[in-house]
Ligand binder design. Structure first.
Ligand code: UFG
Length: 331
């Protein structure tokens, strides 16, 4: 169990996972079409790890090209997908095509190349507007609120329904934040960021004038939404733990939520960012954003007891690393 095909391996979570894989002794075989990242990330991964990265600029939807370019693999981690909720509402067909065609194509590659494990990037978004704030893997899937979320539910169903030759682990990510401590890799949002933390760092850097906090009249302690913000390096390490576990698992498919187990409000995150980085953020309270879930964070007992994985980094570290990464982009 050594050669792991990583699709979307130069993206935000993908790049941190490549580092974690190499550090754990795996050999990532990376494909990325560079639609939402830059080729410079390859060199950054090589600088961090001190090892050359096997990389192919390929689209995950093109199974023939992927198959003919790579040698046999032992496992797959499939990140490659479109991920903007707002964009998915504007262009639903593009989201269904990209996210589902790429998954079907990579399943085919995994079977052809005799992969034994398949790790799929899913999202907490599959729980929809759940009534429970603290969700477990048993929490029923909610109504998908947008085409992006729907592609994740469908992706899970596809992997659960097919009689594959490999073991499948579905990882449902909560809100990834932070960056590698070297500040060589991090999130590279395209245009105006949709997500909270890149919007915060770009505002602090003067690239955006002001952050709008979307609503402060929710039924939470300070009125702003609650999320489970997980450091991307911890999230990356969960993939290594999943791969290790896939070698011994008995079930054909298993699902894990990946988060810290702790919910923080949007204002708590902003205050932490200001405190650790000793700066003041220009923000004001605005209207609620349509479709936002009031509060969601995960129970961690299943992933802790089964994969032996637990998030280690706290919110202040995440906020410091996010800011260091933003500053590194000025150079
Ligand atoms: N927020 C603001 N201002 C902003 C941006 C965000 O107040 O400029 C707030 C949102 O209203 C929300 C919180 O910050 O309350 C987090 O918002 P994000 O957009 O960063 O993250 P979401 O939780 O809405 O969505 C994220 C991913 C989705 C994924 C989902 C899973 O973007 O892809 O988590 O729960 F599906």
């Amino acid at each position: 169990m050594n050669r792991i095909l990583v699709t979307g391996g130069l993206g935000y979570i993908g790049s941190h996972t490549c580092v974690a894989l190499i550090e754990a002794g795996y050999h990532p075989v990376v494909i990325d079409n560079l639609r939402n990242t830059r080729i410079s990330v390859k060199q950054a991964i090589e600088e961090i790890t001190g090892k050359p990265l096997e990389f192919y600029q390929l689209d995950a939807k093109d199974s023939a090209a992927v198959s003919s370019s790579i040698e046999n693999i032992d496992g797959v981690i499939h990140f490659a997908a479109l991920k903007s909720v707002g964009e998915s509402i504007e262009k639903p067909m593009e989201y269904y095509t990209e996210n589902l065609e790429s998954l079907l194509s990579i399943i085919q590659v995994a079977n052809e190349k005799k992969a034994k494990s398949f790790i799929f990037s899913s999202s907490a978004t599959v729980y929809g507007d759940t009534e429970e704030s603290c969700v477990t893997e048993e929490t029923p899937l909610g109504k998908p609120l947008n085409p992006y979320g729907h592609t994740k539910i469908l992706g899970e169903k596809i992997l659960q329904s097919g009689k594959q030759k490999f073991k499948t682990i579905v990882l449902r990510y909560f809100n990834p934040v932070g960056a590698h401590e070297s500040a060589k890799i991090g999130e590279l949002p395209n245009g105006i960021p949709n997500n909270l933390v890149p919007y915060i760092t770009q505002t602090a850097a003067g690239k955006r004038e002001k952050l709008t906090v979307f609503g402060n009249n929710y039924a939470t302690k300070d009125g702003t939404c609650i999320r489970d913000f997980i450091h991307v390096v911890d999230l990356a390490e969960a993939h290594v733990a999943a791969l290790n576990y896939s070698e011994e698992m008995i079930e054909t498919v298993d699902v894990f939520n990946v988060g810290t187990g702790k919910g923080n409000t949007v204002l708590e995150l902003i205050e932490t960012f200001e405190k650790v980085n000793k700066l003041k953020l220009n923000y004001s309270i605005g209207d609620r954003r349509p479709g936002d879930i009031e509060a969601i964070y995960t129970a961690t007992s299943k992933i802790e007891s089964t994969l032996g994985w637990k998030a280690k980094k706290e919110l202040p570290t995440s906020m410091k690393d996010s800011w260091e990464w933003e500053k590194s982009l000025w150079k």
